[in-house]
Design a binder for this molecule. Structure first.
Ligand code: F0G
Length: 349
């Protein structure tokens, strides 16, 4: 039986026999071929579907590690800043561990499903009159001054948990892909994948390293412009971040891998979001579609070699943000309970 990523990769993670494993059996997510993307790009494209994790995002990989280590160190409470997914995950793992969870989110800027998750799992949630970067500064200060353990991705255990996605991809493909595309927000995940791919190559599990392609939303693209964005803005609230904590690590992933970090517009994100739902059959949240938007952008510019193996991580489930999904889809028609009317409405008669 699969028992979560700490058991699956125990010898490659900073845990001991004494670490109490707090798990919801996260990880082991599907790597799904995406023929609609392959035909558009001339590459062999796969999606790493992280929405299949227990709370619907990749954050669970980091959280099983961060919460297990926090409990090992005697913590009775954890805290995080979040654009939504980290708080949902932290709340669930804290509930599982029987400890308190505090979360700070930017007021009015997190998707409804994520808010629901944090509340249902019993987190103490504060909506801050500020953006994610303000929330993170506040959470860091609280964790320094009070007995509460910070579980944002500045917590190195988070990155160790998240690197296991790269291990799974290498196992599934038999080697590392040529190119790996990711959305970039606080920049922890691209750093974690790069760590995972490097460790796999050093261990001889893969024969090469992928080029890391990261994509920020154009209105929140500090790494692309080289400047902190004071007022980040994008429809992709998950990656609405102006001053990423893992900025330097992301630059290293980009430069050591011969990759790139580019901006994608909200329009490009939306196009990828729709294409994924309607032609690939995978419902992701807007922030997640940035990886695919980036791939399509790079392919249009001729930067994806024909036949290259490309993996795009889609980081979170589309159900996280039902309000957005419904507002952009065609409205349903209401009819009488009548077969002829139904047939006509469906274009069958
Ligand atoms: N995709 C989704 C769905 C996310 O929620 C996030 C980050 C990212 C991509 C970017 O990952 O920060 O490691 O570069 N969400 C964080 C949160 C900030 O609070 O849930 P990153």
């Amino acid at each position: 039986m699969y028992r979560g990523l700490i058991e699956a990769y125990r010898d490659r993670l900073p845990v001991t026999d004494k670490t109490p494993v707090v798990t919801l059996h996260e990880g082991n997510t599907p790597l799904v071929p995406a023929p609609a993307l392959s035909s558009r790009t001339g590459a062999d494209v796969y999606l790493k579907v992280e929405g299949a994790n227990p709370t619907g995002s990749f954050k669970d990989r980091g959280m099983t590690m961060a919460v297990s280590k926090a409990v090992e160190e005697g913590a009775k409470a954890i805290i995080c800043a979040s654009t939504g997914n980290t708080s949902a995950s932290a709340a669930a793992y804290a509930a599982r561990a029987g400890i308190t969870c505090a979360v700070l989110v930017p007021q009015g800027k997190i998707a409804l499903g994520k808010l629901a998750q944090a509340l249902v799992h019993g987190a103490k949630l504060l909506q801050v009159n500020g953006n994610f970067d303000d929330c993170l500064a506040l959470a860091s200060k609280l964790s320094q001054d009070f007995p509460v353990s910070l579980v944002n991705s500045v917590n190195i255990f988070r990155l160790h948990g998240q690197k296991t996605a790269a291990f799974e991809i290498v196992e599934a493909l038999g080697d590392a892909p040529d190119i790996h595309c990711l959305p970039v927000g606080n920049a922890g995940n691209i750093s974690a994948y790069w760590m995972g791919y490097q460790e796999d190559e050093e261990a001889g599990n893969s024969s090469r390293l992928p080029r890391m392609f990261g994509f920020q939303a154009a209105g929140a693209a500090p790494i692309v412009t080289g400047k902190v964005v004071e007022e980040p803005s994008t429809i992709a609230t998950a990656i609405r971040i102006g001053n990423p904590a893992s900025w330097t690590k992301a630059l290293d992933a980009r430069d050591s891998s011969g990759g790139l970090i580019n901006a994608v517009t909200d329009r490009e994100i939306l196009t990828a979001y729709r294409l994924l739902a309607r032609e690939v059959g995978v419902f992701v949240e807007l922030g997640s579609a940035a990886s695919v938007a980036g791939l399509l952008q790079q392919a249009a510019e001729g930067r994806i070699p024909a036949g290259a193996t490309v993996v795009c991580t889609v980081t979170g489930h589309g159900l996280k943000d039902p309000e957005w999904a419904i507002s952009t889809a065609p409205s349903p028609t209401t009819i009488q309970n009548d077969v002829l009317i139904a047939a006509r409405e469906l274009g069958l008669a």
